[in-house]
Design a binder for this molecule. Structure first.
Ligand code: RTP
Ligand code: MG
Length: 141
């Protein structure tokens, strides 16, 4: 299986709940390594650009409002099958539909405040890692 990198964001709701460490523990238990990380309070422009694929969707404004509502923790995760593995750890977009034991089932309150973001495929992973970490060190470990 291929070693992949994926972009993960711990969203403002989960940062506010002080569960960064609990979420990192799940990544580590699943064999995913944090190879780059930084905390940021996204500007509107950054959030709009990051989620530009959704700009015509009815939920776009709420999504951007939420993503700029407080600081987020952004990381690159590396490991075997990291993109899909992270999506499995996250659970379904709507926490009410997320499988028990997933990050969203355990820490998210609603489809808007849903604790984490994860890249959804190889192309988006590459683009999203570059979006937040271009020109910065990503550490091989
Ligand atoms: P994410 O991009 O944040 O990892 O979430 P996702 O892949 O599971 O879901 P996606 O379809 O990419 O949607 C991005 C974010 O928009 C909000 N959303 N709201 N009200 C709605 O129907 C709706 N659909 C999506 C969610 O907060 C989702 O995480
Ligand atoms: Mg998505």
């Amino acid at each position: 299986m291929a070693i992949e990198r994926t972009l993960s964001i711990i969203k403002p709701d989960a940062v506010a709940k002080n569960v960064i460490g609990q979420i990192y523990a799940r990544f580590e238990a699943a064999g995913l390594k944090v190879v780059a990380a930084r905390m940021a309070h996204l500007s509107r422009q950054e959030a709009e650009q990051f989620y530009a694929v959704h700009k015509e969707r009815p939920f776009f404004k709420d999504l951007v409002d939420f993503m700029v509502s407080g600081p987020v923790m952004i990381q690159v995760l590396e490991g075997e099958n990291a993109i899909l593995k992270n999506r499995e750890l996250m659970g379904a977009t709507d926490p009410k539909k997320a499988e028990a034991g997933t990050i969203r089932a355990d820490f998210a309150d609603s489809i808007d405040a849903n604790a984490v973001h994860g890249s959804d495929g190889p192309d988006t992973a590459k683009a999203e890692v570059a979006f937040f970490f271009a020109g910065m060190n990503v550490f091989a470990r």
